[in-house]
Design a protein around this ligand. Structure first.
Ligand SMILES: [Zn+2]
Ligand SMILES: [Zn+2]
Length: 280
């Protein structure tokens, strides 16, 4: 059985893993593009090869461990924004990978509160911790990737991280955003770029003709109405009244969850929150 669940969507494939991160695959007639590689706990390469054997290019939306972790399984070049390079290297060190694997062996399903292991049965820790970051190369605003029959374009989307990149597919009006825009966006990290830059980024992607915004941890496509709620959540956010958040990273920044007041609770479809530090 594959370590990944692959779903054929309208114009792309969604590849999910028990660790909760999604990768996306766009297949042209000559090449294919893999957008993010998750933690890379399982055999992602085989999951991709079951869909296509075309030459591959990897586009990393940002440098976090749950987006670049599987890069090294592939011979393909991995495009990452230079502002996230240091971050990606830090997130793929043996120490970081070991900590990730230990945490994900006792992963908590935040809906049920139950603990489960997100590690595949044949998981090889020694191999995993020494994988590295893959063949990283520089991504820039406006870079285009002709796949044959479809073209992808890179768009800088800072906020969650300084080197955030989204991947635009104009033909079907898709934008793969990674963690840049989502209902529970982490903006408290040292690599996050602050409120003004986050709001500018939301305006930038909202202005594009996009039908579906596809996120790194959200199985449901998002739309312009979702972006409007994310924007409102950021405008309303007041650190003083936020709820403390126990993040597995940067806990010393004392992140707090500031949720959109008009929305329902955490699991309601109109939920939106920013997770911020006091100085965001
Ligand atoms: Zn991230
Ligand atoms: Zn992520």
């Amino acid at each position: 059985m594959s370590d990944y669940q692959t779903d054929r969507m309208d114009g792309y494939y969604r590849i999910g893993c028990a660790d909760g991160a999604f990768c996306y695959l766009v297949v042209g007639t000559e090449r294919a593009a893999l957008i993010d590689t998750g933690y890379g706990l399982g055999d992602l390469k085989s999951a991709v090869e079951e869909i296509t054997r075309l030459p591959l290019v990897i586009l990393n939306t940002h440098g976090h461990c749950d987006h670049v972790g599987g890069n090294a399984q592939f011979d393909a070049l991995c495009y990452l924004h230079p502002k996230d390079l240091e971050l990606a290297l830090r997130h793929t060190t043996p120490q970081m990978r070991r900590a990730d694997a230990e945490r994900l062996a006792h992963n908590v399903d935040f809906r049920t509160g139950e603990t489960f292991s997100a590690l595949p049965e044949d998981f090889d820790l020694d191999r995993y911790v020494s994988m590295g970051a893959g063949r990283l190369t520089e991504a820039r605003e406006g870079m285009r990737f002709e796949l044959g029959g479809t073209t992808l374009e890179l768009i800088e989307t800072p906020g969650h991280t300084a080197g955030g990149i989204s991947v635009y597919e104009p033909e079907r009006q898709l934008l793969f955003v990674g963690d840049a825009a989502n209902p529970f966006v982490w903006l408290f990290l040292p690599e996050s770029t602050g409120k003004e830059s986050y709001l500018r980024m939301l305006d930038k992607i909202d202005a594009l003709p996009v039908r579906s915004y596809l996120g790194g941890h959200n199985p449901n496509p998002m739309d312009h109405a979702d972006l409007a709620r994310f924007r409102q959540a950021a405008l309303e956010a007041d650190y003083q009244t936020g709820t403390p958040f126990e993040a597995f990273l940067e806990q010393d920044r004392k992140p707090r969850i500031c949720a959109l007041k008009s929305a329902g609770g955490m699991f309601s479809p109109d939920f939106a929150a920013v997770v911020i530090s006091e100085d965001w």
